[in-house]
Design a protein around this ligand. Structure first.
Ligand code: URA
Ligand code: CA
Length: 441
Protein backbone atom coordinates (compact mmCIF):
# COMPACT_ATOMS: atom_id res chain seq x y z
CA UNK A 1 0.00 0.00 0.00
CA UNK A 2 1.25 3.49 -0.83
CA UNK A 3 1.07 6.52 1.35
CA UNK A 4 1.15 10.16 0.30
CA UNK A 5 3.95 11.17 2.66
CA UNK A 6 6.32 8.78 0.84
CA UNK A 7 5.26 10.14 -2.55
CA UNK A 8 5.77 13.74 -1.41
CA UNK A 9 9.20 12.88 0.08
CA UNK A 10 10.25 11.11 -3.10
CA UNK A 11 9.24 13.94 -5.42
CA UNK A 12 10.67 16.54 -3.03
CA UNK A 13 14.06 14.86 -3.54
CA UNK A 14 13.63 14.82 -7.31
CA UNK A 15 12.94 11.11 -7.75
CA UNK A 16 10.56 9.73 -10.35
CA UNK A 17 7.18 8.31 -9.31
CA UNK A 18 6.01 4.96 -10.68
CA UNK A 19 2.78 4.31 -12.58
CA UNK A 20 1.41 2.54 -9.48
CA UNK A 21 2.23 5.53 -7.28
CA UNK A 22 0.64 7.93 -9.78
CA UNK A 23 -2.46 5.70 -9.95
CA UNK A 24 -2.71 5.95 -6.16
CA UNK A 25 -2.39 9.75 -6.37
CA UNK A 26 -4.93 10.19 -9.22
CA UNK A 27 -7.49 7.81 -7.71
CA UNK A 28 -7.07 9.39 -4.29
CA UNK A 29 -7.68 12.83 -5.81
CA UNK A 30 -10.72 11.64 -7.76
CA UNK A 31 -12.28 9.76 -4.84
CA UNK A 32 -11.39 12.42 -2.32
CA UNK A 33 -9.59 9.89 -0.12
CA UNK A 34 -6.37 11.95 -0.01
CA UNK A 35 -6.69 15.26 1.84
CA UNK A 36 -6.22 18.47 -0.15
CA UNK A 37 -3.12 19.48 1.81
CA UNK A 38 -1.24 16.37 0.74
CA UNK A 39 -2.43 16.68 -2.86
CA UNK A 40 -1.34 20.33 -2.87
CA UNK A 41 2.06 19.47 -1.36
CA UNK A 42 2.73 16.92 -4.09
CA UNK A 43 1.57 19.38 -6.78
CA UNK A 44 4.05 21.93 -5.48
CA UNK A 45 6.85 19.34 -5.34
CA UNK A 46 6.04 18.48 -8.98
CA UNK A 47 6.14 22.20 -9.82
CA UNK A 48 9.67 22.45 -8.41
CA UNK A 49 11.05 19.08 -9.49
CA UNK A 50 9.23 18.45 -12.76
CA UNK A 51 8.47 15.04 -14.22
CA UNK A 52 10.15 12.78 -16.75
CA UNK A 53 8.39 12.06 -20.04
CA UNK A 54 7.41 8.62 -18.66
CA UNK A 55 5.98 10.13 -15.47
CA UNK A 56 4.00 12.69 -17.48
CA UNK A 57 2.55 9.90 -19.63
CA UNK A 58 1.83 7.74 -16.57
CA UNK A 59 0.15 10.61 -14.71
CA UNK A 60 -2.00 11.32 -17.78
CA UNK A 61 -3.05 7.67 -18.08
CA UNK A 62 -3.64 7.46 -14.33
CA UNK A 63 -5.94 10.49 -14.59
CA UNK A 64 -7.79 8.88 -17.52
CA UNK A 65 -8.17 5.69 -15.46
CA UNK A 66 -9.59 7.69 -12.53
CA UNK A 67 -12.94 7.85 -14.38
CA UNK A 68 -14.88 6.76 -17.43
CA UNK A 69 -13.84 6.92 -21.08
CA UNK A 70 -16.50 8.13 -23.51
CA UNK A 71 -17.51 5.77 -26.30
CA UNK A 72 -18.05 7.69 -29.55
CA UNK A 73 -18.20 4.58 -31.75
CA UNK A 74 -21.87 5.26 -32.55
CA UNK A 75 -21.05 8.69 -34.03
CA UNK A 76 -20.59 7.19 -37.48
CA UNK A 77 -16.96 8.00 -38.19
CA UNK A 78 -13.61 8.94 -36.74
CA UNK A 79 -14.18 11.88 -34.39
CA UNK A 80 -11.53 14.58 -34.34
CA UNK A 81 -11.22 16.86 -31.34
CA UNK A 82 -9.58 20.26 -31.30
CA UNK A 83 -8.37 21.93 -28.15
CA UNK A 84 -6.86 25.32 -27.42
CA UNK A 85 -4.67 25.87 -24.37
CA UNK A 86 -6.62 29.08 -23.81
CA UNK A 87 -6.60 32.53 -25.30
CA UNK A 88 -8.34 35.88 -25.66
CA UNK A 89 -10.75 36.51 -28.53
CA UNK A 90 -10.03 32.90 -29.36
CA UNK A 91 -13.24 31.44 -30.71
CA UNK A 92 -11.72 29.10 -33.29
CA UNK A 93 -14.08 26.28 -32.24
CA UNK A 94 -17.15 28.16 -33.48
CA UNK A 95 -15.47 28.80 -36.84
CA UNK A 96 -13.54 25.62 -37.51
CA UNK A 97 -16.09 23.20 -36.01
CA UNK A 98 -18.84 24.18 -38.47
CA UNK A 99 -16.44 24.40 -41.43
CA UNK A 100 -14.99 20.93 -40.77
CA UNK A 101 -18.45 19.44 -40.20
CA UNK A 102 -19.56 20.98 -43.51
CA UNK A 103 -16.66 19.04 -45.10
CA UNK A 104 -18.01 15.77 -43.71
CA UNK A 105 -15.83 15.47 -40.61
CA UNK A 106 -17.34 14.27 -37.33
CA UNK A 107 -16.61 16.97 -34.76
CA UNK A 108 -17.44 15.85 -31.23
CA UNK A 109 -16.13 18.45 -28.87
CA UNK A 110 -16.24 18.76 -25.12
CA UNK A 111 -15.32 22.30 -24.16
CA UNK A 112 -14.62 24.21 -21.00
CA UNK A 113 -15.61 27.37 -19.19
CA UNK A 114 -13.65 30.60 -19.16
CA UNK A 115 -10.71 30.51 -16.80
CA UNK A 116 -8.89 33.58 -15.50
CA UNK A 117 -8.32 35.93 -18.42
CA UNK A 118 -9.25 33.33 -21.05
CA UNK A 119 -12.69 32.79 -22.52
CA UNK A 120 -14.53 29.48 -22.63
CA UNK A 121 -16.51 28.04 -25.50
CA UNK A 122 -19.32 26.87 -23.21
CA UNK A 123 -19.95 30.38 -21.93
CA UNK A 124 -19.99 31.66 -25.51
CA UNK A 125 -22.51 29.05 -26.69
CA UNK A 126 -24.72 29.74 -23.67
CA UNK A 127 -24.89 33.41 -24.72
CA UNK A 128 -27.08 32.28 -27.65
CA UNK A 129 -30.69 32.50 -26.44
CA UNK A 130 -31.90 29.01 -25.49
CA UNK A 131 -28.70 27.14 -26.37
CA UNK A 132 -27.69 24.33 -24.03
CA UNK A 133 -24.39 22.61 -23.45
CA UNK A 134 -25.49 19.95 -20.96
CA UNK A 135 -26.52 17.20 -23.37
CA UNK A 136 -26.46 13.57 -22.29
CA UNK A 137 -23.82 11.33 -23.82
CA UNK A 138 -26.52 9.65 -25.95
CA UNK A 139 -27.79 12.93 -27.38
CA UNK A 140 -24.25 14.16 -27.92
CA UNK A 141 -23.33 11.10 -29.98
CA UNK A 142 -26.65 11.15 -31.85
CA UNK A 143 -26.16 14.82 -32.78
CA UNK A 144 -22.64 14.11 -34.09
CA UNK A 145 -24.02 11.21 -36.12
CA UNK A 146 -26.86 13.30 -37.56
CA UNK A 147 -25.29 16.70 -38.27
CA UNK A 148 -21.58 16.05 -37.72
CA UNK A 149 -21.13 18.65 -35.00
CA UNK A 150 -21.81 19.00 -31.28
CA UNK A 151 -20.08 21.16 -28.68
CA UNK A 152 -21.00 20.41 -25.09
CA UNK A 153 -19.65 20.56 -21.55
CA UNK A 154 -17.87 17.57 -20.16
CA UNK A 155 -20.42 14.88 -19.56
CA UNK A 156 -20.13 11.81 -17.40
CA UNK A 157 -17.32 11.07 -15.05
CA UNK A 158 -14.37 11.82 -17.35
CA UNK A 159 -10.94 12.37 -15.75
CA UNK A 160 -12.39 13.25 -12.33
CA UNK A 161 -8.83 13.49 -10.95
CA UNK A 162 -8.32 16.57 -13.13
CA UNK A 163 -11.36 18.25 -11.67
CA UNK A 164 -9.98 17.90 -8.15
CA UNK A 165 -6.40 18.73 -9.06
CA UNK A 166 -7.28 21.68 -11.28
CA UNK A 167 -9.26 23.35 -8.52
CA UNK A 168 -6.28 22.96 -6.17
CA UNK A 169 -3.74 24.16 -8.75
CA UNK A 170 -5.81 27.27 -9.34
CA UNK A 171 -5.38 28.33 -5.70
CA UNK A 172 -1.87 27.02 -4.96
CA UNK A 173 0.20 28.66 -7.71
CA UNK A 174 0.71 25.41 -9.59
CA UNK A 175 -1.13 26.03 -12.86
CA UNK A 176 1.97 26.92 -14.90
CA UNK A 177 3.73 23.57 -14.69
CA UNK A 178 4.35 21.66 -17.90
CA UNK A 179 3.64 18.06 -16.75
CA UNK A 180 0.53 19.25 -14.89
CA UNK A 181 -0.80 21.16 -17.91
CA UNK A 182 -0.06 18.22 -20.23
CA UNK A 183 -1.73 15.65 -17.98
CA UNK A 184 -4.72 17.92 -17.31
CA UNK A 185 -5.48 18.62 -20.97
CA UNK A 186 -4.51 15.25 -22.44
CA UNK A 187 -6.35 13.20 -19.80
CA UNK A 188 -9.57 15.02 -20.66
CA UNK A 189 -8.98 14.68 -24.42
CA UNK A 190 -8.19 10.95 -24.18
CA UNK A 191 -11.16 10.32 -21.86
CA UNK A 192 -13.51 12.18 -24.19
CA UNK A 193 -13.05 9.40 -26.73
CA UNK A 194 -11.76 11.31 -29.77
CA UNK A 195 -9.95 9.27 -32.42
CA UNK A 196 -7.47 12.06 -33.23
CA UNK A 197 -6.55 15.30 -31.49
CA UNK A 198 -5.48 18.67 -32.94
CA UNK A 199 -4.08 21.08 -30.36
CA UNK A 200 -3.79 24.85 -30.62
CA UNK A 201 -0.99 25.73 -28.21
CA UNK A 202 -0.96 29.45 -27.63
CA UNK A 203 2.19 31.45 -27.11
CA UNK A 204 2.69 35.07 -26.08
CA UNK A 205 1.32 37.59 -23.60
CA UNK A 206 -2.12 35.98 -23.40
CA UNK A 207 -0.98 32.34 -23.14
CA UNK A 208 -0.15 29.94 -20.27
CA UNK A 209 3.39 29.68 -21.65
CA UNK A 210 4.47 33.15 -22.69
CA UNK A 211 7.70 32.44 -24.53
CA UNK A 212 7.93 30.45 -27.72
CA UNK A 213 10.41 27.82 -26.55
CA UNK A 214 8.28 26.82 -23.51
CA UNK A 215 5.20 26.75 -25.74
CA UNK A 216 6.95 24.41 -28.18
CA UNK A 217 8.10 22.25 -25.24
CA UNK A 218 4.48 22.07 -24.06
CA UNK A 219 3.29 21.17 -27.57
CA UNK A 220 5.95 18.47 -27.92
CA UNK A 221 5.06 16.97 -24.54
CA UNK A 222 1.35 16.82 -25.42
CA UNK A 223 2.00 15.31 -28.86
CA UNK A 224 4.28 12.76 -27.21
CA UNK A 225 1.66 11.75 -24.63
CA UNK A 226 -0.89 11.43 -27.45
CA UNK A 227 1.46 9.11 -29.31
CA UNK A 228 2.19 7.02 -26.22
CA UNK A 229 -1.54 6.75 -25.54
CA UNK A 230 -2.21 5.65 -29.12
CA UNK A 231 -4.10 8.82 -30.14
CA UNK A 232 -2.76 10.57 -33.24
CA UNK A 233 -2.03 14.10 -31.99
CA UNK A 234 -0.71 17.24 -33.71
CA UNK A 235 -0.14 20.69 -32.29
CA UNK A 236 -0.07 24.07 -33.95
CA UNK A 237 1.73 26.74 -31.92
CA UNK A 238 -0.04 30.04 -32.58
CA UNK A 239 0.44 33.61 -31.48
CA UNK A 240 -1.40 35.12 -28.54
CA UNK A 241 0.59 38.38 -28.48
CA UNK A 242 -2.71 40.12 -29.16
CA UNK A 243 -6.31 38.92 -29.09
CA UNK A 244 -6.87 36.47 -31.94
CA UNK A 245 -10.17 37.89 -33.11
CA UNK A 246 -11.30 41.49 -32.83
CA UNK A 247 -14.17 40.60 -30.47
CA UNK A 248 -13.62 39.58 -26.83
CA UNK A 249 -16.58 38.45 -24.74
CA UNK A 250 -19.30 35.86 -25.15
CA UNK A 251 -22.12 37.02 -27.46
CA UNK A 252 -19.53 39.31 -29.06
CA UNK A 253 -17.34 36.34 -30.01
CA UNK A 254 -20.36 34.41 -31.30
CA UNK A 255 -21.12 37.44 -33.47
CA UNK A 256 -17.59 37.47 -34.87
CA UNK A 257 -17.78 33.73 -35.66
CA UNK A 258 -21.08 34.27 -37.49
CA UNK A 259 -19.67 37.28 -39.37
CA UNK A 260 -16.73 35.13 -40.50
CA UNK A 261 -18.89 32.19 -41.53
CA UNK A 262 -21.19 34.60 -43.40
CA UNK A 263 -18.18 35.96 -45.29
CA UNK A 264 -18.45 39.45 -43.73
CA UNK A 265 -15.24 39.28 -41.68
CA UNK A 266 -11.74 37.88 -42.12
CA UNK A 267 -8.48 38.25 -40.24
CA UNK A 268 -6.36 36.32 -37.78
CA UNK A 269 -9.22 34.30 -36.27
CA UNK A 270 -10.19 32.97 -39.71
CA UNK A 271 -6.59 32.23 -40.67
CA UNK A 272 -5.82 30.21 -37.51
CA UNK A 273 -9.17 28.43 -37.87
CA UNK A 274 -8.35 27.43 -41.46
CA UNK A 275 -4.91 26.15 -40.44
CA UNK A 276 -6.42 24.09 -37.60
CA UNK A 277 -9.21 22.85 -39.86
CA UNK A 278 -6.70 21.74 -42.47
CA UNK A 279 -4.96 19.55 -39.90
CA UNK A 280 -8.30 18.23 -38.63
CA UNK A 281 -9.56 17.21 -42.08
CA UNK A 282 -6.33 15.36 -42.85
CA UNK A 283 -6.24 13.73 -39.40
CA UNK A 284 -9.86 12.65 -39.83
CA UNK A 285 -9.26 11.24 -43.32
CA UNK A 286 -11.56 13.74 -45.08
CA UNK A 287 -8.70 15.06 -47.19
CA UNK A 288 -5.60 13.37 -48.53
CA UNK A 289 -3.29 16.30 -47.92
CA UNK A 290 -3.27 19.86 -46.61
CA UNK A 291 -3.73 21.71 -49.89
CA UNK A 292 -6.89 19.75 -50.65
CA UNK A 293 -8.14 20.23 -47.09
CA UNK A 294 -7.67 23.98 -47.30
CA UNK A 295 -9.57 24.12 -50.60
CA UNK A 296 -12.48 22.16 -49.10
CA UNK A 297 -12.65 24.51 -46.11
CA UNK A 298 -12.56 27.61 -48.31
CA UNK A 299 -15.38 26.15 -50.39
CA UNK A 300 -17.45 25.47 -47.25
CA UNK A 301 -16.88 29.07 -46.23
CA UNK A 302 -17.72 30.60 -49.61
CA UNK A 303 -20.84 28.48 -50.14
CA UNK A 304 -22.28 29.24 -46.71
CA UNK A 305 -22.22 25.52 -45.82
CA UNK A 306 -20.21 26.32 -42.68
CA UNK A 307 -22.76 28.85 -41.47
CA UNK A 308 -25.51 26.32 -42.19
CA UNK A 309 -23.73 23.79 -39.94
CA UNK A 310 -23.55 26.32 -37.11
CA UNK A 311 -27.27 26.99 -37.61
CA UNK A 312 -28.00 23.25 -37.37
CA UNK A 313 -25.87 22.87 -34.26
CA UNK A 314 -27.51 25.81 -32.47
CA UNK A 315 -30.98 24.49 -33.32
CA UNK A 316 -30.09 20.95 -32.22
CA UNK A 317 -28.88 22.32 -28.87
CA UNK A 318 -32.11 24.24 -28.30
CA UNK A 319 -30.86 27.68 -29.30
CA UNK A 320 -32.35 30.37 -31.51
CA UNK A 321 -30.68 29.67 -34.86
CA UNK A 322 -32.02 32.97 -36.24
CA UNK A 323 -28.96 34.61 -34.64
CA UNK A 324 -27.07 33.27 -37.67
CA UNK A 325 -29.15 35.54 -39.92
CA UNK A 326 -29.45 38.50 -37.54
CA UNK A 327 -26.76 38.85 -34.88
CA UNK A 328 -28.79 41.63 -33.20
CA UNK A 329 -30.84 38.78 -31.67
CA UNK A 330 -27.80 38.02 -29.47
CA UNK A 331 -27.73 39.72 -26.05
CA UNK A 332 -26.76 43.38 -26.47
CA UNK A 333 -24.89 45.59 -24.00
CA UNK A 334 -26.50 48.87 -22.93
CA UNK A 335 -23.45 51.04 -23.52
CA UNK A 336 -20.60 51.28 -26.02
CA UNK A 337 -17.66 53.25 -24.69
CA UNK A 338 -14.67 54.06 -26.89
CA UNK A 339 -11.22 53.92 -25.29
CA UNK A 340 -9.03 56.51 -26.99
CA UNK A 341 -5.26 56.78 -27.42
CA UNK A 342 -3.57 59.38 -25.23
CA UNK A 343 -0.76 59.88 -27.73
CA UNK A 344 -0.02 59.32 -31.40
CA UNK A 345 2.29 56.54 -32.57
CA UNK A 346 2.29 52.88 -33.47
CA UNK A 347 0.76 50.03 -31.50
CA UNK A 348 3.96 48.29 -30.40
CA UNK A 349 2.80 45.53 -28.03
CA UNK A 350 -0.18 44.30 -26.08
CA UNK A 351 -0.56 42.62 -22.72
CA UNK A 352 -3.19 40.20 -23.98
CA UNK A 353 -3.92 38.64 -20.58
CA UNK A 354 -4.75 42.11 -19.30
CA UNK A 355 -7.12 42.70 -22.22
CA UNK A 356 -8.85 39.45 -21.23
CA UNK A 357 -9.08 40.71 -17.65
CA UNK A 358 -10.63 43.99 -18.86
CA UNK A 359 -13.39 41.97 -20.51
CA UNK A 360 -13.71 39.82 -17.37
CA UNK A 361 -14.16 42.92 -15.18
CA UNK A 362 -17.07 44.05 -17.36
CA UNK A 363 -18.71 40.73 -16.46
CA UNK A 364 -17.70 38.53 -19.42
CA UNK A 365 -15.68 36.26 -17.14
CA UNK A 366 -15.81 35.05 -13.56
CA UNK A 367 -13.77 36.27 -10.61
CA UNK A 368 -14.86 33.31 -8.52
CA UNK A 369 -16.44 30.02 -9.52
CA UNK A 370 -19.91 31.06 -8.39
CA UNK A 371 -20.05 34.31 -10.42
CA UNK A 372 -22.63 34.58 -13.18
CA UNK A 373 -21.49 35.71 -16.62
CA UNK A 374 -23.01 38.68 -18.41
CA UNK A 375 -23.31 37.31 -21.95
CA UNK A 376 -23.60 40.73 -23.63
CA UNK A 377 -20.48 42.49 -22.40
CA UNK A 378 -16.86 42.53 -23.52
CA UNK A 379 -14.85 44.63 -25.91
CA UNK A 380 -14.02 45.06 -29.56
CA UNK A 381 -10.46 45.86 -30.57
CA UNK A 382 -10.04 48.60 -33.14
CA UNK A 383 -6.26 48.19 -33.52
CA UNK A 384 -3.69 45.45 -34.05
CA UNK A 385 0.04 45.46 -33.37
CA UNK A 386 1.79 47.58 -35.99
CA UNK A 387 -1.17 49.91 -36.63
CA UNK A 388 -0.69 53.69 -36.67
CA UNK A 389 -2.89 55.56 -34.16
CA UNK A 390 -3.51 59.27 -33.74
CA UNK A 391 -4.02 60.99 -30.40
CA UNK A 392 -7.71 60.54 -29.56
CA UNK A 393 -8.05 57.67 -32.01
CA UNK A 394 -10.12 54.70 -30.85
CA UNK A 395 -8.08 51.73 -29.54
CA UNK A 396 -11.03 49.60 -28.53
CA UNK A 397 -14.70 49.87 -27.66
CA UNK A 398 -16.05 48.59 -24.36
CA UNK A 399 -19.47 46.90 -24.49
CA UNK A 400 -20.72 47.44 -20.96
CA UNK A 401 -23.73 47.15 -18.73
CA UNK A 402 -23.46 48.36 -15.11
CA UNK A 403 -20.24 46.72 -14.06
CA UNK A 404 -16.54 47.48 -14.19
CA UNK A 405 -16.23 50.26 -16.79
CA UNK A 406 -13.53 52.31 -15.06
CA UNK A 407 -11.45 49.30 -14.15
CA UNK A 408 -11.79 47.80 -17.62
CA UNK A 409 -10.83 51.09 -19.26
CA UNK A 410 -7.69 51.40 -17.10
CA UNK A 411 -6.71 47.77 -17.73
CA UNK A 412 -7.21 48.13 -21.46
CA UNK A 413 -5.31 51.38 -21.74
CA UNK A 414 -2.43 49.92 -19.71
CA UNK A 415 -2.41 46.83 -21.93
CA UNK A 416 -1.66 48.64 -25.18
CA UNK A 417 1.85 50.05 -25.62
CA UNK A 418 2.19 52.86 -28.14
CA UNK A 419 5.68 53.69 -29.46
CA UNK A 420 7.19 56.21 -31.86
CA UNK A 421 8.39 53.58 -34.32
CA UNK A 422 6.44 50.79 -36.02
CA UNK A 423 7.65 47.41 -34.70
CA UNK A 424 7.45 44.01 -36.31
CA UNK A 425 4.03 42.40 -36.53
CA UNK A 426 4.16 39.20 -34.44
CA UNK A 427 3.99 35.87 -36.18
CA UNK A 428 0.56 34.22 -36.22
CA UNK A 429 1.62 30.60 -36.75
CA UNK A 430 4.91 29.77 -35.07
CA UNK A 431 5.30 26.02 -35.39
CA UNK A 432 3.67 22.72 -36.23
CA UNK A 433 4.57 19.88 -33.89
CA UNK A 434 4.11 16.31 -35.11
CA UNK A 435 5.35 13.09 -33.52
CA UNK A 436 8.18 13.11 -36.10
CA UNK A 437 9.40 16.56 -35.22
CA UNK A 438 8.92 20.33 -35.10
CA UNK A 439 8.43 22.49 -38.18
CA UNK A 440 9.02 26.17 -37.46
CA UNK A 441 7.61 28.98 -39.61
N1 URA B 1 -6.44 23.93 -19.49
C1 URA B 1 -6.64 22.79 -18.81
O1 URA B 1 -7.63 22.10 -18.97
N2 URA B 1 -5.72 22.39 -17.92
C2 URA B 1 -4.59 23.09 -17.70
O2 URA B 1 -3.79 22.67 -16.90
C3 URA B 1 -4.40 24.29 -18.41
C4 URA B 1 -5.33 24.68 -19.31
CA1 CA C 1 -3.74 31.88 -32.13
Amino acid sequence: MFNMVDLIEKKKRGQALSRQELDFFALGAARRTIPDYQLAALLMAIWFRGMTAEETRDLTLAMVASGEVADLSAAGGLCVDKHSTGGVGDTTTLVVGPLCAACGLKVAKMSGRGLGHTGGTLDKIESIPGARIDLSMERFVAQVREIGLAVIGQTGDLAPADKALYALRDVTGTVDCLPLVVSSIMSKKIASGAGAIVLDVKTGSGAIMRDLESSIELAKAMVDVGRLAGKPTLALVTGMDQPLGTHVGNALEVKEAIDILAGRAKGRLLEVSLRLGTLMLVAGGRAAEERQARALLEEALASGAGLEKLRQMIAAQGGDACVCDDTRLLPQAARKIPVRAERAGYVAAMNTAQIGLASQRLGAGRLSKEDAIDPAVGLVMDVSIGDRVEKGGVLATLYANEKGVEEAEALLRGAIAIAGEPGDAPRLIDALVRPEGVERF
